[in-house]
Design a protein around this ligand. Structure first.
Ligand SMILES: Cc1cc2nc3c(=O)[nH]c(=O)nc-3n(C[C@H](O)[C@H](O)[C@H](O)COP(=O)(O)OP(=O)(O)OC[C@H]3O[C@@H](n4cnc5c(N)ncnc54)[C@H](O)[C@@H]3O)c2cc1C
Ligand code: SF4
Length: 427
């Protein structure tokens, strides 16, 4: 087993140096260490103890839970705090009209943001790769869905995805292999909703889930009790930490509280080292043969731009001037209502089924595709807030909470913003 080496001053050397220990860093670390390379992972955030984080969530004030404070239960490193909702720390300072609505929720921890993701494991639709040639909008990708398809299969096997193997329930249907595990069974709410919307072409299908429906690589079977966001108490939901722990067992070294702040390049403009600061503020250097920046869609461009040097005045790897531009999120909105029949949402994963009838079609020439998720997070907190707002007390309050908890629906509608090139520092 080949290991990174360290000097007495704490500088490091490894075949591969990976910055960031999220799902991307974890997958790479495990793959490369398994091929015999020495691998060092530098992670800005803290190590998380799952049981402690679950306990932190249980003990959170009602306002935080009602406000989806999915970050607050994860202990924060002093030098690398995540963007927080409670209290808001404006960590990602976005400017422009409606900028305040762009609230980021990523984590800075060993294991990264997938600690609290919803674990929906969608593939792109084949049309997404050819939007310009097919619908005259956006850009075509330089690769096709068919080229990527075998890699989707590999990723689904690594993550352990449970999805529908009945083609009528798949989106997209173009697959060369079945899902590694069959779908998480529909709960009453999914079946009821499908019976209402499917006759109208909305096509409610099971969401492919990064959850185990049978024991998988040390993960237990999902028991469906709906705590996935902000944390799965039993680890049935896939998190990047699963690959980080596998990589460590295979010989990778993962340093927590190691904030990378500078990248060195040589005369050929190849990266030779990265510099990090440890929890005491001391600086160290990691040299390597190859480097991977896996800090996520916001932090990776930030580090590249921050590392500008004489040979790279606009930042590292930015000859195209595209670093930090064209970021797209799945903007969208929610729609909540009460139903006549009880739906009993809240049994099963936080997101279990989705309407995909308008994922693709000629209409994309004129307006965005959409994905409408039947949000399966238990409705009890929202029901309680609404009932309290009505000023009810005693038995009436209790009855209102019960009624709303089983009759209310929240649909989460995601849209597809296309990239717009804008100057980074508009004058
Ligand atoms: C609430 C929520 C729900 C989501 N649900 C889904 C979903 O259902 N399906 C889906 O496909 N996607 C979902 N996403 C998106 C998904 O979680 C991210 O795309 C994914 O986690 C990105 O993985 P990553 O490894 O690139 O980055 P991350 O998981 O964010 O990991 C990056 C790591 O790099 C570290 N880092 C950053 N800068 C430095 C530095 N300078 N030095 C050292 N370390 C550094 C960070 O601390 C972090 O731990 C969700 C995101 C959120 C916030
Ligand atoms: S429903 Fe969510 S929280 Fe519960 S076991 Fe399954 S994945 Fe974990």
């Amino acid at each position: 087993m080949k290991k990174p080496t360290f000097t007495a001053q704490g500088d490091a050397s490894a075949d591969i140096v990976i910055v960031g220990s999220g799902v991307v860093g974890g997958l790479m670390a495990n793959e490369l260490v398994s091929q015999g390379y020495s691998v060092l992972v530098l992670e800005a955030g803290l190590r998380i103890d799952r049981a402690q984080a679950v306990e932190n969530w249980r003990n959170m004030p009602f306002a935080n839970r009602a406000g989806s404070d999915f970050q607050g239960l994860y202990p924060q490193s002093k030098f690398a705090p995540a963007p927080l909702y409670f209290p808001p720390n404006n960590y990602v300072n976005v400017t422009g009209p409606n900028a305040s609505s762009f609230q980021q929720g990523y984590l800075r921890t060993v294991g990264g943001t997938t600690w609290h993701w919803a674990a929906s494991c969608w593939r792109h639709h084949p049309s997404d790769f050819v939007m310009q040639s097919k619908y005259g909008v956006g850009r075509d990708w330089p690769i096709s869905y068919d080229e990527l398809e075998p890699w989707y299969c590999r990723a689904e096997n690594e993550i352990g995805v449970a999805g529908p193997n009945d083609p009528h329930m798949q989106s997209p249907v173009e697959r060369s292999q079945p899902y590694p595990m069959d779908m998480v069974p529909f709960a009453h709410g999914d079946n009821y909703f499908a019976s209402v919307v499917n006759p109208h072409g909305y096509n409610l299908v099971p969401i492919p889930q990064g959850r185990s429906t049978r024991p998988w690589e040390g993960r237990p079977t999902c028991c469906g009790n709906n705590n996935c966001q902000p944390i799965c108490p039993i680890g049935a939901m896939y998190n990047g930490i699963h690959h980080i722990e596998r990589a460590e067992r295979n010989g990778a070294v993962v340093l927590a509280e190691a904030v990378v702040y500078k990248i060195d390049t040589d005369g050929n403009n190849r990266i030779t080292a990265v510099h990090w600061k440890d929890a005491s503020g001391a600086s160290h250097k990691a040299s390597g043969k190859a480097f991977a920046l896996a800090c996520n869609g916001i932090e990776t461009p930030r580090l590249l731009l921050l590392s500008a040097n004489g040979g790279n005045p606009n930042g590292i790897a930015n000859g195209s001037d595209m670093v930090g531009r064209n970021m797209m999120d799945h903007s969208g909105f929610h729609c909540s209502f009460l139903t006549e029949e009880p739906v009993w949402l809240g049994r099963g994963p936080a997101q279990s089924s989705c309407m995909v009838g308008y994922r693709d079609g000629e209409f994309r020439r004129d307006y965005s595709a959409n994905k409408m998720i039947l949000n399966n997070i238990s409705r009890v907190v929202a029901a309680t807030q609404q009932a309290l707002k009505k000023g009810l007390v005693g038995k009436a309050l209790d009855e209102e909470i019960r009624y709303r908890s089983v009759h209310s629906v929240d649909i989460s509608i995601s849209l597809e913003p296309l990239p717009i090139r804008k100057p980074l520092n508009p004058k």
